[in-house]
Design a protein. Sequence first.
Length: 187
Amino acid sequence: MERRETGSDEELLTASVRRPDRFVAFYDGVFPGLLAYFVLRTLDAQVAADLTAETLADAYASRRRYRDRGPGSASAWLFTIAARQFARYLRRLRVEDAARSRLGMERIELAPDDVERIEELIDFEHVGREVRHAFDTLRADQREALRLRVIEGCSYREMAAELGCTEETARARVSRGLKQLAAQLDG
């Protein structure tokens, strides 16, 4: 998403290697969309906030590895990190839920005021329509690859078996799909 005063996400992310304050501007620009991404997947504002924080922390720590490949590449890079975070979350959730269940423990929740503040940041209906429209315009093979990787949290090996292709092809479909989504949503 272009921000006139500070530059594009790609410019901000690249500049943040030498000037960490540029990451703050990048953070401010991507935070609402990233939070919406996780809220739509987890349906839990607390978990979404945690995953957003973890994703942005990972992005900051690994920003030197980012390579600007043109418009939308910063979003694609960030949402690849987000997809990995979500997959880790799903794996942790399975383990934690099983352990909590064995111990008879309940999950600790955010205070209602905190949840409301997070939810106020996002216009869910608008974001949902935009994401659905962008997703629907992808090629069928890219939609299926993104569904398996991002929503289902499948590994590339599992995806390749499901899609009947190589792991490299599965990776390429996810990468291209994320880039196209990012370009459409940033546009």
